[in-house]
Design a protein around this ligand. Structure first.
Ligand code: FUB
Ligand code: ZN
Length: 664
């Protein structure tokens, strides 16, 4: 391979970070055992009305039957399929997370469980390689007949991702063989050749998984199939719409009655798309695959399309928290600058998809700035998606909550004011687990001559660059002292570089090598630190990392005249627990003096809380019983405490807001 940029192997990365390390160490110990209980029906679905709110569908299941579905499909249990048609993916993502835990040396205790699950999956596979518990149990004659809704190809994608991860972690190829058999069957059914089906995934995911399968097997047919799906999509006539129109007798999602081409990004050829449209997770998984393809095939047009779409998402359609998807209904993008804070969607999976897309854009372009949005999504929406204990989850991540109006059976019922135990559509919890278990892939990158530091998460990396063994220890204490220290130990005097992303929140950064100040050049957003001798060298980056109020573009109607507080990559929010009720009455000044204070006790990491003074507006009507009337306005001085958004709702539940009204 030419000097291609790649992500570092998570096997050689140890996360020592106070914040992220706390989650990473819990994944194998408590998070995956908890999720295993959930997949086996031992955790209540606290949110059975989730889909009623999101998609107009009521689910009756009180517990997940994910693993039971595999047992039934394998002929080892009697019963009917129950749960979402794509529920198999909960097990696949769980397995993928377990594989990463094994790979980073924390998951040996999960090995037996994982191997047993792989055996069950293998037994549920049909003799021709087909694998999908819903279709096998409930609708075997409808295979491939409803690609728009059926999720067979989406499920195949997550199976492949799990299989590749498990193979990489253990060297055991049993699941990889299962995945290959299914991928080969898919390749026999779909493709450009005459006689093959010209359909493509109704929910993208398989495309990026096929690229992973290609990378591990080096079999071109998988890459070709991924490319085929991305070339076929968006052609006229529209396959998915035609299919829905002609298969009215077999429909799965009532909410798809008004299905439009944008929903699954089939309105144009992917290479011609310029804006992020439709269902946000589908979109992100497709864009990630497009970036993969552009890189594998040196496809300049595809690369350009990815850049244009990325620009659209991150400059017009992304929340300050890295959340995406403004419409709760159908979980989708809407229009530029439409970013409502209390009734949006911002699914945890969508932000994970944004991380995946951004990481691949960085690999494609070597531009550090793609990691700004990756970091924004990770440090805010994705971390907020899981409780500090690891056993409660947000699917939807609001930026403003008034718990009383998050009422079931209303337009607000998709917004939960507290994290839930489990979901009838449980895509997010295992997605968060697999992301955090493999977090090292977002921290370090490598090519033949350089190590790239993309995220400031304390950790250690062992690797080999330019034939030299290198150890890096990163201590990222910038949230308390503005410092990132990199101890670089090189086994020989071969020269290489360490490239450090310089995000905008590092104000006036100063680098030192050992005690001496240095002035590294900056290339593509990375400060280039040269290492040219053996032994240990310590680079220190010291910067001002100050709490700062940000405003949104004035086109964002929901945020006009409001301020959001950030420190480093972390968005802060006000919670009722610290600031009382009716947070919407609070006003703050741009130039308030903000004092970092003690971290929240007993919660992960040691991110400071932020204190400042503000004003509470009182609006007195002639009497309290009136709904409307002439008012007397007055402001009273108040002390406010903001906490990291990623940790919100880990104490007493209540109101929360990110955006605060500005005193002008
Ligand atoms: O359709 C499969 C998954 O369910 C999607 O990715 C999520 O948005 C949820 O709708
Ligand atoms: Zn999800």
């Amino acid at each position: 391979m030419a000097n291609k940029l790649r992500v570092s192997n998570i096997r050689h990365i140890e996360i020592t970070d106070q914040l992220f390390g706390r989650y990473v160490s819990k994944i194998a110990e408590t998070i995956l055992p908890y999720q295993w209980d959930a997949l086996n029906g031992r955790v209540d679905i606290s949110d059975s009305h989730q889909w009623e709110a999101l998609n107009g569908r009521i689910t009756e299941e009180r517990v997940s039957s994910c693993i039971d579905n595999f047992r039934i499909a394998a002929g080892e249990k009697q019963g009917s399929h129950s749960g979402a048609v794509f529920q198999d993916t909960d097990a696949y993502k769980w397995l993928e997370a377990a594989a990463y835990c094994i790979e980073i040396g924390k998951g040996e205790a999960l090995r037996t469980l994982a191997d047993d699950l792989i055996g069950l999956i293998e037994r549920a596979q049909q003799p021709d390689g087909y694998l999908n518990t819903y279709f096998t149990i409930a609708n075997p004659e409808k295979r491939w007949k409803n690609l728009a809704e059926g999720h067979e190809l989406y499920c195949a994608g997550h199976l492949i991702e799990a299989a590749v991860a498990y193979y990489n972690a253990t060297g055991a190829d049993r699941l990889l063989e299962v995945a290959k058999r299914f991928a080969n069957l898919i390749g026999n059914v779909f493709g450009p050749e005459e006689g093959k089906c010209k359909g493509y995934p109704g929910h993208q995911e398989l495309e990026l998984a096929l690229v992973k399968l290609y990378r591990v097997t080096r079999e071109n047919r998988y890459l070709d199939l991924a490319r085929h799906f991305l070339t076929e999509r968006g052609k006229v006539p529209n396959y998915l719409i035609h299919e829905l129109e002609t298969s009215k007798d077999f429909r799965l999602f009532p909410e798809f009655s008004n299905y439009d081409a944008e929903y699954a990004q089939t309105h144009l050829l992917p290479v011609e798309q310029k804006t992020a449209e439709g269902h946000a997770v589908r979109a992100m998984y497709m864009y990630a695959a497009m970036a993969d393809l552009a890189r594998e095939c040196d496809d300049e047009k595809m690369k350009q399309a990815c850049k244009t779409i990325w620009e659209n998402v991150t400059t017009r359609r992304m929340y300050i928290t890295g959340g995406i998807g403004s419409s709760g209904l159908l979980e989708r993008f809407t229009v530029d600058y439409d970013l409502p804070n209390d009734r949006m969607y911002c699914e945890s999976c969508a932000s994970i998809g944004l991380m995946m897309f951004g990481q691949r854009m960085n690999l494609l372009t070597r531009d550090a700035s793609y990691y700004d949005a990756v970091e924004r999504a990770l440090c805010n929406t994705v971390l907020a998606g899981i409780s500090a204990q690891g056993d409660r989850y947000f699917y939807v991540n609001p930026l403003e909550v008034w718990p009383d109006n998050c009422k079931a059976s209303t337009s607000m019922s998709h917004v939960k004011p507290v994290r839930q135990e489990w979901f009838s559509c449980a895509c997010c919890p295992p997605n968060i687990a697999r992301t955090l278990a493999s977090i090292g892939q977002y921290i370090y990158g490598e090519d033949d001559k350089s190590i790239y530091i993309n995220q400031f998460i304390s950790s250690k990396l062992r690797t080999n660059i330019a034939g030299t063994d290198v150890n890096i220890q990163m201590d990222a204490s910038y949230m308390s002292d503005g410092c990132v220290r990199l101890m670089v130990e090189s086994a020989s005097s071969h020269s290489f570089t360490v490239r450090v992303r310089i995000p905008a929140y590092f104000k006036t950064p100063v680098f030192r090598l050992d005690e001496k100040e240095i002035s590294p050049v900056v290339e593509n957003g990375y400060a280039v630190l040269a290492v040219s001798r053996g032994g240990v060298q310590t680079f220190t980056l010291r910067a001002n990392v100050e709490p700062t109020f940000f405003a949104a573009n004035e086109q964002v109607r929901a945020d006009l005249g409001k301020l959001a507080l950030m420190m480093g990559p972390y968005v802060y929010c006000l919670e009722e627990a610290d600031n009382g009720k009716n947070l919407t009455a609070l006003h703050v000044s741009y130039d308030s003096r903000i004092e970092p204070d003690q971290p929240l006790p007993d919660l992960p990491g040691s991110l400071p809380t932020l204190c400042y003074s503000g004003k509470r507006l009182s609006q007195q009507l002639p009497n309290d019983q009136l709904l409307y009337g002439t008012a007397q306005f007055s402001f009273s001085q108040v002390k406010l405490t903001a906490v990291p958004y990623c940790l919100w709702c880990n104490r007493i539940p209540g109101e929360m807001t990110v955006w605060q009204k500005a005193l002008l």
